[in-house]
Design a protein. Structure first.
Length: 96
């Protein structure tokens, strides 16, 4: 319901990107000052994997957020093409 939409927006739509940005800053800092090699020699690839995964999961958060927005638009009575196309069941009905 509405509480889910609000908490998803806050935690996954806003905080995800804020914390992800902080993580990128930390990774770039330890990579640039050599601390990553000093503390974990030969394991820098893990930091790159973390950055890539963060971006991919962030894209997934945006996709889910678009679905939530589409459903919320339907609930409050906004019937737009974007709102109806964001729901996978609606898309299936359009093509069947």
């Amino acid at each position: 319901g509405p509480l889910f939409a609000i908490t998803f927006t806050f935690y996954r739509g806003i905080l995800w990107w804020s914390v992800g940005y902080q993580m990128f800053q930390d990774i770039f800092h330890v990579m640039n000052n050599g601390m990553a090699n000093k503390l974990r020699p030969g394991r820098n690839h893990v930091l790159y994997v973390m950055m890539i995964l963060n971006l991919l999961l962030g894209a997934l958060q945006l996709y889910w957020f678009s679905i939530i927005l589409g459903e919320a638009a339907k609930v409050i009575g906004i019937d737009t093409e974007i709102a109806s196309a964001s729901s996978s069941s609606t898309v299936k009905e359009q093509y069947l």
